[in-house]
Ligand binder design. Structure first.
Ligand code: FAD
Length: 383
């Protein structure tokens, strides 16, 4: 490979754009190929929450890396709404995990604290604390607009010499000595390295290269909640789910008088066709959501459900992203996909690890990230 490889990144979602950014920063020539427009896939359909209120040390560490980058980008003009993140606990065992999370986050320089059941209303005056033991609160977490994030990153990538070609789809490939000739919807393109950041389409992209990638497109819905009047406080991101336990209900401030709610858990895990799925919210889902909201925040002033939409989580068997080569004998074909319901908050660190693989041949800058490579053990259909 040349000292300045030409890398083609497939997909201009958060993972593709973060990968492209890390690559141009390290001197690679980068072209992003996007079949549609920037952030038109899952990224533009997400609710944009960025948080670190987790219990697994490795998952927290990944977010520490991401949050450092978000902080830098915020300084450069990316809007980040620091509304805080409150994860609810139903058991003492969960509170013990939260206590450990506070320690781990503190060691990494992140602010978080335990909230007892009788203090929950200090943060969320409308919450019904029945059945809750308390929560874990990170005041600096929040949300951003993933569309804006991708376009912000695109601006930096272009300024550093990278190219983003929209409405240009990868259709085929010919392997050539030292690289690839890509067949695209607008003619051929030669490159040294390819990064598959195709999100829910990543298995299709992998198939073009004769590879099998086990990522399931899982449909999720989000709904806007209109209130009669603005709340007298900012609703943080509130999440009722700890390591798979809880209803999965989550909601957050969007703007004065408006919240956005989602159910993180899905009833059906039948994989969707990313080119043909219902991208609107089903009426029954709104009923289910309303029931959960009435239980947890019963007295929101004049709350009524507004428009909803659906998008896809690109999910792997172990719910961790795939970053690295599928086939170790082809280190010029890197996957950066499968971020599930966390592809906004994890995108900066995924982009960093993917760029490590391209430039260094190994994920050198994030300890433990070798475990995220799509090894035969991980890349299997054992869903
Ligand atoms: C309702 C909902 C809420 C969510 N909320 C959150 C949240 O709060 N926080 C969070 O962190 N995550 C959230 N997520 C998850 C997050 O949106 C995804 O994990 C993330 O967007 C995945 O990004 P990506 O770049 O991998 O994929 P995408 O954004 O889908 O990008 C892949 C791109 O590849 C392009 N592509 C595909 N095939 C080709 C081809 N052959 N040639 C060229 N281009 C191609 C597609 O057009 C697409 O634009 C949510 C998701 C949903 C659906």
């Amino acid at each position: 490979m040349t000292a300045s490889p030409h890398v083609v990144v497939i997909g201009a979602g958060t993972l593709g754009m973060c990968t492209a950014l890390n690559l141009v920063e390290q001197g690679a020539r980068v072209t992003v190929l996007e079949a549609q427009s920037i952030a038109s896939g899952s990224s533009g359909r997400s609710v944009g929450v960025v948080g670190s209120q987790l219990t697994d040390p490795f998952e927290i560490m990944l977010r520490v890396h991401s949050l450092r980058r978000f902080c830098q980008w915020e300084g450069e003009g990316l809007r980040f709404n620091h509304i805080g993140y409150l994860r609810l606990a139903r058991t003492q065992a969960q509170m013990a995990l939260f206590a450990r999370s506070v320690e781990i986050q503190g060691e990494a320089g992140l602010r978080s604290r335990l909230v007892r059941a009788n203090e929950l209303r200090d943060l969320v005056p409308h919450i019904n604390p029945d059945g809750l033991e308390g929560g874990l609160f990170g005041p600096d977490n929040g949300f951003l607009d993933p569309h804006e994030m991708c376009n912000f990153l695109a601006g930096i990538v272009r300024a550093k010499g990278g190219e983003i070609r929209q409405y240009r789809k990868l259709l085929g490939v010919e392997r050539r000595p030292g690289g690839y000739r890509l067949e695209t919807s607008h003619g051929p393109m030669d490159c040294d390295v390819v990064v598959n950041a195709g999100g829910a389409w990543a298995p299709q992209v992998a198939a073009i290269f004769g590879q099998r990638l086990h990522i399931w497109p899982e449909r999720h819905e989000a709904v806007v909640i209109h209130l009669d009047e603005p709340l007298g406080y900012t609703m943080p991101m509130v999440m009722d789910l700890v390591n798979g336990e809880g209803s999965g209900l989550n909601f957050r401030h969007e703007k004065p008088g408006e919240l956005i709610a989602e159910i993180h858990k899905v009833k059906s895990i039948a994989p969707e066709d990313p080119d043909d799925y219902n991208d609107q919210c089903e009426e029954q889902s709104k009923v289910d959501l309303a029931e959960l909201l009435l239980e947890r925040v019963p007295d929101l002033p004049g709350a009524r459900l507004g428009r909803g939409w659906a998008g896809l989580y690109p999910v792997t068997a172990d719910h961790r992203p795939f970053i690295g080569p599928i086939d170790a004998s082809e280190p010029t074909l890197i996957t950066a996909a499968g971020a599930g319901g966390y592809g906004i908050q994890l995108a900066p660190v995924i982009g960093q690890i993917a760029a490590d693989w391209v430039i260094q041949g190994a994920p050198v800058s994030v300890p433990g990230s070798q475990s995220l490579a799509p090894s035969a053990e991980r890349n299997n259909p054992g869903h």
